[in-house]
Ligand binder design. Structure first.
Ligand code: HEC
Ligand code: HEC
Length: 172
């Protein structure tokens, strides 16, 4: 079985403590362990300025919105030729996560603003971690997920910046 690490950890804790606590699973994308995907054009073009973010972490409408606004992409110009754009969009749609439409009906444009991300990363991380100079932004996945450039977000490759620890990850 390939469970998200938060669930695995709870199971380990429950075994030890007699299950006194009710588990809070990873919410919307609870069943999605991130698998590394490959698509050379996507990896090259969408991994040029930041890691190529896993398609599973946003629903298709989000990728459609992102791909149709590449000329003003979070303050950057990320335009592509039309063939690469169509090719990448198709790949993102095929591998997209489940829909998480917000109250206002607008698809989220950031993984880091999804309920899944906030839940997974608030419970685990001390306040203030995003402001550290060696992290800078929650979108800087590779600050902690040291193999994010290869699409690997497993617990094995997770290393928090020095000076921080969480209940389950000791500092190194
Ligand atoms: C020219 C540089 C550049 C390129 C090329 C680029 N991006 Fe970005 N992207 C950015 C910047 C800058 C941000 C904002 C990062 C931050 O907030 O720290 C961003 C943020 C994002 C985010 C939101 C991250 C989050 O969850 O906060 C997504 C999703 C994203 N990009 C997808 C893509 C995709 C898909 C492509 C390929 C089509 C792409 N980007 C190509 C510069 C780029
Ligand atoms: C400041 C450090 C930090 C940054 C930056 C960060 N993460 Fe994480 N991430 C964590 C921690 C801590 C966990 C909790 C791991 C656990 O549940 O044991 C986590 C969990 C995850 C998981 C779930 C792993 C699992 O198997 O349950 C995924 C997927 C993930 N992060 C993706 C991302 C993505 C994508 C980004 C960038 C948009 C990102 N993270 C940015 C620290 C970080």
């Amino acid at each position: 079985m390939n469970l998200p690490c938060s669930i695995r950890r709870w199971m380990a804790a429950a075994a030890g403590l007699g299950a006194l606590l009710v588990p809070v699973a990873g919410a919307v994308y609870a069943d999605s362990s991130i698998r590394p995907l490959d698509h050379p054009v996507w990896r090259q073009e969408c991994g040029a300025c930041h890691v190529a973010y896993p398609p599973q972490l946003l629903p298709a409408p989000s990728w459609q919105a992102i791909m149709s606004g590449l000329d003003r992409h979070f303050g950057a110009d990320a335009r592509l030729d039309s063939q690469a754009q169509a090719d990448i969009l198709r790949f993102l749609e095929l591998n997209a996560g489940r829909d998480e439409t917000r109250a206002g009906g607008k698809p989220p444009l950031r993984i880091t603003e999804t309920r899944w991300f906030i839940h997974e990363h608030t419970e685990e991380l001390p306040a203030g971690v995003w402001k550290r100079p060696d992290v800078k932004s929650p979108a800087n996945c590779a600050a902690c997920h040291t193999a994010a450039d290869r699409g690997d977000y497993s617990e094995r490759t997770l290393h928090l910046p020095k000076g921080f620890s969480t209940p389950s990850h000791s500092k190194d």
